[in-house]
Design a protein around this ligand. Sequence first.
Ligand SMILES: C[S@@+](CC[C@H](N)C(=O)[O-])C[C@H]1O[C@@H](n2cnc3c(N)ncnc32)[C@H](O)[C@@H]1O
Length: 241
Amino acid sequence: MPWIKVLLSQGLALGCLYLLPSGILPGAPLILVLQGVAAAAIGRIVGLSLLWIPIQFLLPLAIAYNSSVPSWVYPAALVFCLLIYWNSASEQVPLYLTNRRTWKALGDLVTAENAKTFVDLGSGMGGVVTALAGAHPGLRAIGLETAPLVFLASRIRLLFAARANAQVIYKSIWDEDLAAHDIVYCFLSPVPMPRMFAKAKAEMRPGTLFVSNSFAVPGQEPTGIKDVADGRKTRLYLYRM
Ligand SMILES: C[S@@+](CC[C@H](N)C(=O)[O-])C[C@H]1O[C@@H](n2cnc3c(N)ncnc32)[C@H](O)[C@@H]1O
């Protein structure tokens, strides 16, 4: 449970600061910054992911200066998070991104399959689509995304990348006809995998490839597994239709 590790590391950081001679300690808010840095470091040691570093760092300052934060900041922050994590509650799919080494592994699959069309179901910030379209000019790379801010960011990214063979569409992954694609890629969560694989089996053409990053389809033997030599030991599960 990350929150237990957050409380533990904040508590340990506070304990460490108490042990220091009071003469060498700075005044507020520097001491709160020190507390945040120590808690972030301890958090990493006890296994919190990188995402928690800014939270760990800001938590002591947020608690201490809570009363001076204008009240509109909280609903604004809530709306901001909602626009990013739009699909977390309904689909139980949060936002985390495919890394560069996995882009390369997916590119190798595109080459090996001689794929002409690729779709990223839930394309996030558009990294996969942009990278594959750049590396494979003959490929049509499509991303589908419905989290409003994430979609907007990916459209801006594509605009700057100027890839004519790439597109990000505001469309639910459940509304796409998967028959149109040679490779269907997803990086979702364990929850939608059985339903998504049933959809893939019903719609994808024989011989085409369904690829799931990290989440195997329960009860379904993959045709192949591609391990990526990255820090998080990414595993791509391959299912030949
Ligand atoms: C784990 S992220 C993966 C992002 C991207 N594929 C990547 O690998 O970098 C999953 C994405 O799927 C999106 N998503 C979840 N359910 C969706 C749905 N029904 N329709 C479209 N996008 C969806 C989420 O908003 C999120 O951006």
